[in-house]
Ligand binder design. Sequence first.
Ligand code: GLN
Length: 357
Amino acid sequence: MSVMQLRAKRVVVAIFVAVNFLSEAPLALGQKVSPVAARREQVQAVVREAYDKFRSDTSGKNADYIPYLAQVDSKLFGVAVVTTDNQTFSLGDIDYSFSIQSISKVFTAALAMEELGADKVFQRIGNEPTGRAFNSVNAVVDMPTHTGNPLVNAGAIATTSLISGQNANEKWNKILNFYGKVAGEKLALIDQVYKSEAATNAGNKALSMLLAKYDRIYADPFESVDIYTKQCSVGVNVVQLARMGATLANNGVNPKTGEKVIKSEDVPYILSVMMMAGLYDGSGGWAWHVGLPAKSGVGGGIVAIAPGKGAIAVFGPRLDEAGNSVKAQRVIEYVARKLDYNLFSPASFGLKAGATQ
Ligand code: GLN
C-alpha cells in the first residue's frame, strides 16, 4: 500500500469513527437510554416484522361480560414502541382509543405509592399472585391477605380505596390527572364503556363487600368500585399506552414532557407487581416466555416494560381464556426476543451468549 493509499485509508477510518461517535453521543450525554438498547433502525424493522406477521391472526375472542367490549371491532390492531429517549415507532390503528381496563390498576397502585409510600401499599394490599382468574372470589376468601395484589380486581379496588380526597369526585379527578401525566397527554373517560360496565359490575361490588368483611378495603366499598370502574373506562390509544410504560422504563420521568411523575424508588416495586401478576394466571407462562413486567386489560391492550430502554404496547381485542389479548402477547413476545429485552437473559444487559467464555 502506498503512503497516499494509507493516508486515504486513515481518513476514511477517522470519518467512520466520528460518525459513529456522533450517533452515540446524544445517548451517552443524555443518559436517557440503556447503552445496550437496540438501535433505531433495528426497533423499526422488528416492529414492522411483528406487525406483518401477526396482522391476520384471528385467535381468541373479545371480552363479552362488559357489553360494550363485545361489539368493538376485533380486527383493530395497533403496535407502538416508545423509548426512554422519546422515540416513537408505531403501526396500525394507532389513533383508536380503547378502554385501558386493568392496565389502569398499575397506575393507581403507583399513585397510592406516591401518596402513602410503597411499604404501606405492600402492607395493605400485598404482592402475591393468586393463581386464579382476575375476578376470583375464592382468592379473596383463601388468601391470607385477602387482597392478593394490586392487579387482581379485589386488590385493585382496595388500592383505589387508598387514594385520598374529600369526596369521590376529587379522588377520581386525581386519578385521571395522574394517568394523564404518566401518558404525557390529557386522557378522558369513555362514557359508554363506563355506563356499560357500571350496569354489569355486580361481581366487583360483591368483591368489595367481601373485602369489607375482612377489613381490607379503606373507603366506602361501593364508592371505591365506582371510581375503579371509571378508571378502567379511561380511553388510551396505543401510543399513549406505550408512553405510560416508557415512563416506568425511564425511572418515573415521562419521556415526552420530562416531568418526574413517579418516584424512582417506587419503580422496582411497581414492576415487581407487574411481573408477578400482570397477566393474571397467565403471568407464570409470560415470565417464562417473555421475561418482562407487563400488564393486560380486557379492552385488548397490553403494555410491557423494558427498563432503561422503553415500552411496547399492543392493542388487539381478541383475548385468551385468562383475559389477555392474544395478538398483543404474540407481538410482544416476538419483539422482546428479537431486541433482547428479556430481563432474565444476560443479553438484555449486553452480555451475548458466549461473550463470557
Ligand atoms: N374493568 C374490568 C373488570 O373489573 C377490568 C378487568 C380486566 O381488564 N382484566 O372486570
